[in-house]
Design a protein around this ligand. Structure first.
Ligand SMILES: *[C@@H]1O[C@H](CO)[C@@H](O)[C@H](O)[C@H]1NC(C)=O
Ligand SMILES: *[C@@H]1O[C@H](CO)[C@@H](O)[C@H](O)[C@H]1NC(C)=O
Ligand SMILES: *[C@@H]1O[C@H](CO)[C@@H](O)[C@H](O)[C@H]1NC(C)=O
Ligand SMILES: *[C@@H]1O[C@H](CO)[C@@H](O)[C@H](O)[C@H]1NC(C)=O
Ligand SMILES: *[C@@H]1O[C@H](CO)[C@@H](O)[C@H](O)[C@H]1NC(C)=O
Ligand SMILES: *[C@@H]1O[C@H](CO)[C@@H](O)[C@H](O)[C@H]1NC(C)=O
Ligand SMILES: *[C@@H]1O[C@H](CO)[C@@H](O)[C@H](O)[C@H]1NC(C)=O
Ligand SMILES: *[C@@H]1O[C@H](CO)[C@@H](O)[C@H](O)[C@H]1NC(C)=O
Ligand SMILES: *[C@@H]1O[C@H](CO)[C@@H](O)[C@H](O)[C@H]1NC(C)=O
Ligand SMILES: CC(=O)N[C@H]1CO[C@H](CO)[C@@H](O)[C@@H]1O
Length: 677
């Protein structure tokens, strides 16, 4: 499998040689100057989300029901996956009715009685299980047909049938005598929505649970049947948003102290074929009007987590949206001809008008207001496509450079001059990006490559503004890139490689818009891309923060507002990598990583200026890893291999903070107060 280096590159902590003892004697001497730095991007650390391997549906989107609306596409035809009858007397069938719930949802579930049993109904086993606790579950379903007795909604064990909680949902069907109800039923083709709240009486011992809707079969004995659609059950959501996010995952992401969200994703935006892209206008409005889309990761997407939900996520987590718009390229390499670009550009302008337009005076602003968001959002960053240097190269990329990108840049500069336009390639992908646009760089590398390219951003000028819209260590040193050698999870040595990369970027944070790990999430039951910041499953006990999570969290929680120049004596960059600066709270911050060292690295650190002299204090937080640099946080053992230690340092003579950093460690020092006079 992996070609791992057998040398001491990583495995150095055990042996202390004479040479390393010698190197211990001369601390690297760093002086951080008080002036001469640059203001950094205000949104440096952020998030990127894409519905890859059930990280949206079955992930951060708090819906528990899989295949809730039988959505399908040419690629993934509608089916009954996830659904089973609760009794032998129940017959389930997928039907395309003449009177569907909506144009967007043409298929539904038909439930008939085979006449043998008292109870009929159906179960859904969720995204490989469901978490059942004593909490409020919010449910709803549409049903069509004739049935007067109540429905029972329950959460049950899939293994033993034990019922943890159930609720009777009175039938609202056939209420023809009620004024108005009949007319409404008629307009809806007979479909009536039912809402309920389900609070289990006890928690389930594991996540092997199902959601069940059952009812008395008597009224179906004469051969009639009922049709169901959009059967939904939500966990309690982050900040109580209806149609919102799973709390444990959202709160973990919040711990990273993120400042932006790149949305709606990467490859997902492009779609597999030219007309199968992420159509923003089909991800908004009532769920019954969303057809879903063929995802690019082997499953159909509900798009329940749509454009508005992404913006609500930004609101609730205080994130700056970086909105990527479709630019006429699909993953099969097909792209839009120059003569057809007008409509593609207009669609993107409409999307931004939907988000930011005035409710009273713009067409799309009015649509937004009608969906409960009268107040316009602010959008400061728009990215044109995703990785246009990759799919269909070189021809498709040539079309981007020749006319596709420019068509957007011109249109946005005219209509939205305050928006920072970002090209999907970066200057490192062979594109000369026309001013005033920025680029987007996506390194998926080995930790050595991150370390060896430490100076990469130093060559940029402010005109080469770059977003790091995706980044991760994915291949071990010596592994063969893109040849199946992805690591199973982020690993400690790789995470330190990312720290070096982030430090390199933060040194240039006047030219870097921000940086984010990608992909963020992976459902352990269904995945392709293994190296993700977090892992999750139906069982929240499996929600796991990777080694990289701890690194990005530490660096992201000490926000440098202004970089400061550093003069080094007794050594330069490598094996110690560093950046220094000042926060907007008036503290000084020093971030460092040690990589490829055979011994601890002694550091002697001073901050210029009177505020940090003898007796001043600082908090030093150090992350160290396990003996095996390839070790990772395994969701099934619950062991966090990353050790975090925090200590208070007191500056000695001349304001020197003296400390030692272990091989393969990541550290942040932040001053806590001025010098006692
Ligand atoms: C259906 O009948 C079989 C045979 O009697 C029985 O083993 C099984 O449990 C029944 N299934 C359901 C869902 O009731
Ligand atoms: C369910 O929600 C209600 C209303 O918000 C609240 O009063 C109640 O405490 C919740 N129950 C549980 C178990 O969380
Ligand atoms: C079957 O019974 C239902 C409920 O009583 C009634 O509404 C329906 O018209 C009947 N259907 C037939 C085919 O008799
Ligand atoms: C329970 O669910 C877990 C997680 O999906 C699965 O690995 C396990 O096989 C299930 N157990 C049984 C007995 O089905
Ligand atoms: C959404 O917009 C696309 C592009 O303009 C268009 O092809 C599609 O028909 C629209 N969908 C709906 C439901 O209006
Ligand atoms: C780390 O050490 C190994 C072995 O000496 C070397 O091949 C590699 O290039 C070094 N990596 C860096 C980033 O210095
Ligand atoms: C960086 O920007 C400058 C000024 O716009 C430009 O001349 C140069 O080509 C850019 N660098 C790269 C690598 O594209
Ligand atoms: C600030 O920016 C200038 C101009 O790009 C650069 O020369 C200098 O090194 C930067 N200072 C720091 C501390 O990054
Ligand atoms: C973490 O570091 C502390 C301080 O060095 C040490 O006492 C502790 O044993 C370490 N824990 C682990 C799990 O390595
Ligand atoms: C990424 C995706 O959906 N592709 C994979 C997701 O995981 C399942 C199960 O491992 C794979 O079959 C898919 O190919």
């Amino acid at each position: 499998m992996l070609l791992r280096p057998t040398n001491s590159a990583f495995l150095a902590t055990a042996v202390i040689t004479i040479a390393s003892l010698a190197s211990r004697c001369s601390a690297i001497d760093l002086l951080v100057h008080s002036t001469g730095g640059n203001a950094t991007s205000p949104i440096f650390y952020g998030l990127m989300h894409e519905d890859i391997n059930n990280s949206g549906d079955g992930g951060i989107y708090a819906e528990l029901i899989r295949n809730r609306a039988f959505q399908g596409s040419a690629e993934f035809p509608s089916n009954l996956d996830g659904w089973t009858p609760v009794s032998n007397g129940t017959k389930l069938a997928l039907k395309k009715l003449a009177t569907p719930l909506s144009n967007a949802l043409p298929y539904s579930l038909n439930v008939a009685s085979l006449g043998k049993e008292i109870v009929v109904g159906f179960a859904n086993d969720g995204f490989w299980g469901m978490d059942v606790k004593v909490q409020n579950y919010t449910g709803s379903f549409y049903v069509r047909g004739s049935h007067r007795k109540p429905f029972t909604a329950s959460l049950q064990s899939s293994l033993t049938g034990e019922v943890f909680g159930s609720v009777e949902v009175p039938s609202r069907l056939g209420c023809h005598s009620h004024a108005g109800a009949g007319a409404q039923n008629h307009a809806d083709g007979g479909w009536v929505q039912h809402h309920f709240t389900l609070v289990p009486e006890k928690a389930a011992p594991n996540s092997n649970n199902s959601f069940v809707i059952s009812f008395d079969a008597a009224e179906l004995r004469n051969g009639s049947s009922l049709d169901f659609n959009l059967i939904s059950l939500f966990l309690p959501t982050y900040k109580n948003r209806p149609n919102g996010l799973r709390i444990d995952i959202a709160e973990a992401l919040e711990e990273l102290n993120p400042k932006f969200l790149r949305l709606p994703g990467g490859n997902m935006l492009e779609g597999n074929t030219i007309n199968a892209y992420w159509k923003w206008n089909e991800t908004i409005g009532p769920l019954k009007d969303r057809p879903g889309m063929a995802g690019v990761w082997d499953y159909q997407l509900t798009t329940g987590l749509g454009l508005v939900e992404y913006m609500e996520w930004c609101d609730d987590m205080n994130l700056e949206p970086i909105v990527a718009v479709w630019d006429g390229l699909s993953l099969d390499g097909a792209y839009t001809a120059e003569s057809e670009m007008g409509a593609v550009v207009q669609d993107a302008l409409d999307e931004i008008e939907f988000l930011t337009g005035d409710a009273a005076t713009t067409k799309w602003g009015a649509v937004r207001a009608s969906l409960g968001h009268p107040k316009p959002w602010t959008v400061k960053y728009v990215e044109i496509g995703n990785e246009d240097w990759l799919a269909g190269r070189p021809t498709a990329y040539d079309s981007y450079k020749a006319y596709r990108f420019q068509a957007f840049l011109t249109a946005f500069n005219n209509k939205y001059p305050d928006i920072q336009v970002i090209a999907s390639p970066s200057v490192f992908d062979g594109m000369v990006i026309p001013a005033p646009a920025a680029g987007d760089y996506h390194p998926y590398l080995t930790p050595d490559e991150f370390a060896l390219n430490f100076g990469r951003f130093d060559q940029l000028s402010r005109q080469n503004l770059t977003l790091i819209g995706e980044a991760a260590s994915v291949h071990p040193n010596g592994g063969i890139a893109w040849d199946g050698n992805l690591m199973p999870f982020p690993w400690w040595g790789g995470s330190v490689g990312e720290a070096i990369f982030l430090i390199a970027a933060e040194r240039n944070a006047d030219k870097i818009i921000g940086a984010t790990y990608a992909p963020g999430l992976r459902n352990l039951n269904r995945w392709q891309w293994s190296v993700t910041l977090m892992q999750h499953a139906a069982d929240p006990a499996l929600t796991t923060k990777s080694t990289s999570f701890h690194v990005w969290k530490l660096l992201g929680n000490h926000v440098i507002a202004k970089t400061l120049p550093v003069t080094a004596k007794n050594g330069g960059i490598g094996p110690l990598y560093w950046v220094a600066g000042a926060s907007d709270k008036g503290t000084n911050i020093f971030k460092a990583a040690v990589y490829n060292s055979t011994a601890p690295v002694p550091v002697s650190l001073r901050f210029e200026g009177t505020a940090v002299s003898k007796g001043a204090t600082a908090t030093l937080t150090v992350l160290t890893g396990p003996q095996d640099p390839y070790a990772f946080n395994d969701p099934f053992t619950h062991v966090n291999v990353v050790n975090e230690t925090k200590s208070t340092l007191v500056a000695g003579e001349g304001g020197v903070f003296a400390f030692e950093l272990e091989p393969l460690s990541v550290a942040v020092l932040e001053t806590t107060g001025g010098s006692p006079k």
